[in-house]
Design a protein around this ligand. Sequence first.
Ligand code: GLC
Length: 593
Amino acid sequence: MSTGGNEGDPWWASAVVYQVYPRSFADADGDGIGDLPGLVNRLPYLSGLGVDAIWLSPFYPSPLKDGGYDVSDYTDVDPRLGTLGDFDALIDGARKHHIRVIVDLVPNHCSSDHPLFKKALAAPAGSVERALFIFRDGRGPDGGEPPNNWPSQFGGPAWTRVPDGQWYLHLFDSSQPDWNWRDPRVGAMFEEILRFWLDRGIGGFRVDVAHGLFKDPQLADVADVTLTNRPSAYYHRPEVHTVYRRWREILDSYPSDGFPGARTAVGEVWADSAATLKAYLADDELPQIFNFDLVRAKWSPTAVREAIETTHEFADGSRAPWVIGNHDVVRPVTRWGVDAARAAALLLLALPGSAYIYQGEELGLPEVEDIPDDARRDPTFRRTGGMEVGRDGCRVPLPWSAAGASFGFSRTDPDFDPAPPWLPQPPGWGALSVAVQSGDPGSFLSLYRAALRLRREHPALGVGPDGGDAMRWLDAPDQALFFARDPGFVFAVNLGDSAVPLPPHSAVLLASGPLGADGGGRATLPRDTAAWLTAGLQERPVLTAGVQERPVMCVRKIRAPSGRHGGADSGTAQGRNAGRARERAQPQARGRV
Ligand code: GLC
């Protein structure tokens, strides 16, 4: 059941995809780590929310040095998260709810625990075992300097020395050695991995660091050692496109009819320009790549409009899904403010194409900023000597119930005491739980449920009948953005400080907060509020009762966010550097630094 799509559009063109970070979603066995059976138990919740697919962040065996993005076996399930049988049960259960499963593929690097890396370490310099990775002699008199000046994305140099004196390359943590994609065995291995999961019935892949993989064969020094997402000696090498052409052939070799239908691959590509991004979307390459423009935008009418227009320079939302958060960036509530995050949710779901929701966004969870240093797990924290706190704050296990051990995150049955969650939850977490919000018509969760229901039903939403480009800017006051989508839909958001009149409409379908009224009784849109409207020439001086009487949300009780109007450039190395590379004069959102 993809939303708002047309005959012939693949399901993913309009899909609302929910990102599950499995260790933090739901814990069925009570060990404090979320797992696949926990996710299976919560499928009815996701079905009730109304999502079309799940993107499952890594669930593979991993020493968890980088939250699972350090994979030691690409074709199995981490025993702490379940078994392959549990994965199959997930696919079956999800199918019953008509939900597809997209899995995360991490092709740039593996874990230093991967058996092939262990073999490489045990083998001599110059061996075929080492050729699967990027080993080099060092520079300087005794080879004691790294082979080049490349930086790790997580801080420090991108090289680590092994006991025999050679160095290996890792663009991320030292526990994440980069594969040598110039060795054909690597490509062959990943093709098998693709087929392994496709044969199990998945709907596609999210491709981690899709702009990585190939490195300049000379491994030449870079002129600029600050991190960059520009095409460089280590990112956006032209050779990477041959891989995606091959993968596209594999994806397309699976039937596109029936369920799960046409298989997709959505690339995580951080880039400096629309032109760089566009190359990945050639007709025979990746079906989709994320657009991170809204993630990077500050909450202002010019920045948000520019983010939407920049995306349209390289794709429409069906090929470049809209995103406001993920497991790598500061949560929208903290980045933009509670009301703005609610308004942004309605924006996200009104834009043409597909949208991704990161778990907990639908609950309005804030970034948890006061995690004690000794509980932090993100390698960024360690590799920068605590200068950057890292991404743990958006990965805190979800609250399902108002009270009880880990607020319902872990199995709770009488006489069973679950282990504490792997990241500590703040004391007030229960007030934001699914149970509390389910009973509150003004909650974040109720807003998301209503928006997803309307999106499914309204013919203008999703891709819409005119394809992914189908939105038309309408005249609006400077502080607001209004756009129309056919048939008969108008979106309005006020990003300024004072109320503005609503654009002409015949009915209010949904609003992110209470609407106001002017002296003549006409509806107004308060600051940081968005509305979905039925287009109509006649403005009605009437407010929809349900909208006007929307109670103040429980989520207002959370700590005041510090960066109401900030962008997310401090959220990740990628975000920060992409932001810099694009030379947007954005204020530092809220320092992780
Ligand atoms: C991607 C992931 C991030 C991870 C990194 C290295 O950017 O989203 O979480 O740390 O790749 O795998």
